[in-house]
Design a protein around this ligand. Structure first.
Ligand SMILES: CCCCCCCC/C=C\CCCCCCCC(=O)SCCNC(=O)CCNC(=O)[C@H](O)C(C)(C)COP(=O)(O)OP(=O)(O)OC[C@H]1O[C@@H](n2cnc3c(N)ncnc32)[C@H](O)[C@@H]1OP(=O)(O)O
Length: 221
């Protein structure tokens, strides 16, 4: 089999454009959350956005891009809700694997993540830690789906400040693996800590039926 380098380059170039678009939409979301322009301007912008939404939807996939291998041979998920560079919903988080196979990411929450005033929503912190712990068990060689996730919110998480998230695999037993992680200030002060159980599903080893998502393939719209 020969690799079609030209079309690979085309696909990567299109993906780079999708990443830039996602960044622009993130800026748009931030602008929407903080805007104070008059109502007439809101209405005018809404009409322009409706037209842009129609243009983007002209050619549409059934589901987002999933896990794939990039040109560097490493797995990536550009649509992931936390790490996906091509998903405007994602921060996006850049997760580094340390030589000890723990994981680390620098975080910068924004006003769009607010729950209580001036504080990041607890569910957003949980989502970040779910991802980090999941990547920690995967980095240790035990990938799995989240079974349980337990959090302790020690201090309010601020947005607009640099923060650090870390996680590590702690143990495994059969198909079950556990990990711990935390979101902290750069000086190490822990704000939220988490423990999670990740399970390698029975259907990964062909020992159980693959469950259908609610609403069938592609999920509910
Ligand atoms: C995502 C992985 C992709 C892999 C690709 C590799 C590259 C890696 C790169 C990058 C990593 C990416 C990182 C992503 C991070 C994000 C993770 C998420 O957000 S995952 C979405 C949220 N979680 C779900 O949607 C699960 C939904 N639930 C299920 O699918 C099943 O219930 C599952 C898999 C959890 C268990 O199903 P069964 O059929 O395999 O398990 P049974 O055989 O029933 O049980 C096995 C044992 O586990 C216990 N168990 C089962 N479910 C449990 C639960 N929820 N809590 C505690 N124990 C549970 C049972 O009691 C049993 O224990 P006993 O062996 O008897 O001791």
């Amino acid at each position: 089999m020969t690799l079609d380098l030209a079309s690979t380059e085309d696909a990567e170039s299109r993906l780079a454009a999708l990443t830039v678009l996602s960044r622009q939409v993130r800026d748009l979301i931030d602008a929407v959350v903080l805007t104070d322009v008059p109502e007439g301007e809101l209405t005018a912008v809404t009409a322009e956005l409706a037209a842009l939404t129609e243009r983007l939807g002209a050619v549409r996939r059934d589901s987002p891009r999933s896990f794939e291998f990039g040109p560097d041979g490493l797995p990536r998920n550009l649509s992931n809700a936390v790490t996906g560079a091509a998903n405007p919903h994602a921060l996006p988080l850049v997760v580094q694997v340390t030589p000890e196979r723990t994981v680390r990411a620098e975080l910068g929450f924004r006003p769009v993540h607010e729950g209580p005033p001036a504080t990041v929503h607890g569910g957003v912190s949980a989502m970040i830690l779910d991802q980090l712990l999941g990547q920690a068990v995967a980095a240790a060689g035990f990938p799995g789906m989240t079974g349980t996730l337990s959090l302790r919110y020690r201090r309010p998480v601020p947005y607009g400040e640099p923060l650090v998230a870390t996680a590590e695999h702690t143990r495994s037993q059969g198909r079950k693996s556990w990990a711990e992680g935390r979101i902290a200030l750069p000086d190490g002060t822990v704000l939220v800590e988490a423990e999670g159980l990740f399970i390698a599903p029975s259907w990964w080893s062909g020992k159980g039926p693959v469950p259908e998502p609610e609403g069938g393939a592609g999920g509910a719209r």
